[in-house]
Design a protein around this ligand. Structure first.
Ligand SMILES: [Zn+2]
Length: 66
């Protein structure tokens, strides 16, 4: 039992973490994170998908702005 069971860092989410990402990146997304997150943020499958969706949109907007 060595810390393998990380839990998703999104507020109110109790799912097991599937991915770990840099906290700064995730902060820029729409996901609201728990207070106790460090540099690494853990996301479950579902929220990782949401995060990816957000970054995709973000990139699109950036391209359109030019
Ligand atoms: Zn989650």
């Amino acid at each position: 039992m060595a810390g393998q069971d990380a839990v998703c860092d999104v507020t109110g989410c109790e799912n097991g973490a599937e991915r770990s990402l840099s906290g700064k990146k995730v902060e820029k997304s729409d996901l609201s994170l728990k207070e106790s997150t460090g540099r690494q943020v853990h996301l479950c499958k579902e929220h990782y998908r949401e995060y990816k969706k957000f970054t995709k949109v973000d990139r699109k907007l950036e391209t359109m702005g030019r």
